[in-house]
Ligand binder design. Sequence first.
Ligand code: COA
Length: 390
Amino acid sequence: MKIGIDKIGFYTPHIYVDMEKLAEARNIEPAKFTIGIGQSQMAVAPITQDSVTLAANAALEIIDDEDREKIDFVIFGSESGIDHSKSGAVYVHQLLGLNPHARAIEVKQACYGATAGIQMAKGHIALNPDSKVLVLGTDIARYGLNTPGESTQGAGAVAMVISANPKIMVLENPNVYLTNDIMDFWRPIYSDKAFVDGKFSNEQYILFFNKVWEAFKAKSGLELKDMEAICYHLPYTKMGLKALRTVLDEATEDVQERLLENYQVSTLYNRNVGNIYTGSLYLSLLSLLENKDDLQEGNRIGMFSYGSGAVGEFFSGTLQPNFKQYLNIDGHRSLFNARKEVSIEEYEKIFEETLPTDGTDIELDINRDPASIVLSGIMDNKRQYVNKKR
Ligand code: COA
């Protein structure tokens, strides 16, 4: 049975900062951010967006009435969840008006959560071929003002419907995965900002890629030449390139050229959004599919997922007939074009504006946020969400 990505949606908040201006404000050479890190713009989450609203907005774009009926499993992959107990999936399920006879859970393993969700969805569809699964990768990346990680923040979500006979990409077997207990990046439950050993995380990312790629080749018999492109988890766009370069000499010059060219296309959206943790790999896939004109049915895309801590996975998928027809290229262009730049002062103010953590009620001004689904406040320790379209 063919199982894979039937639909893919994306959402990022309506405001961003320019990375050259951020560099200037931090007395850093702008080229360090735009070339060394490879980021041009960074999405900023207003207080009215959290991991639930980002995910729900991304899903709203792709869900129709048939999906509302057939989705019986919602998997919310996130490392910026809003509750230690209740899953973000339950809120999204309600905000989208999905069939009550569904499972709804949250999956956490740093930036790997959405990949775990997709693989779980594959198993669920194998057992229940008529059902569909909604997988969400949704996060706000926060390292703190004036920290080395600041240039690798961002906010956004990718939503995917996984089904049998998918319209966009069939997920292939085999997959290769790897776990090792390391402290390269983590966020204790008392902190709203991540702790990171940046250099170590870069090294481990590459090491994990090399290990799963070697094992994938042995298990699948596939090589670089069989990949039209490889998409990477992108904490920043230079990261995947560093990993790709370690294996390029396995291929002929033509193949190297193709992979490098397609890598650049696969980073276009991420370059202007920043790190969205769990959704980053899938934003890279979306960037490739929506911006590369000559991709064809049957092309194979390699996918490298990495979640610090750490779990890595390599798998592949093949593009389906007329897949372009089922993407929302114009919608995503409009989403990017409608965004507004905020100054560094405004960004710092927004960054420091956080929700109360002592049980105080708060009412938020939702008119300043053009998103369809927003957080309108907290009452009696309960987050209040509004779907303006309902
Ligand atoms: N022009 C062009 N490039 C420049 C430059 C300039 N003026 N100044 C510096 N650079 C390059 C550096 O050479 C380096 O490139 P390289 O990594 O290819 O050698 C790059 O910019 C980054 O510089 P570096 O000094 O390493 O940056 P940093 O110490 O400030 O930290 C991270 C960078 C990514 C480690 C940091 O932002 C971080 O910790 N991020 C969060 C963790 C993360 O994203 N981990 C990834 C794995 S999940």
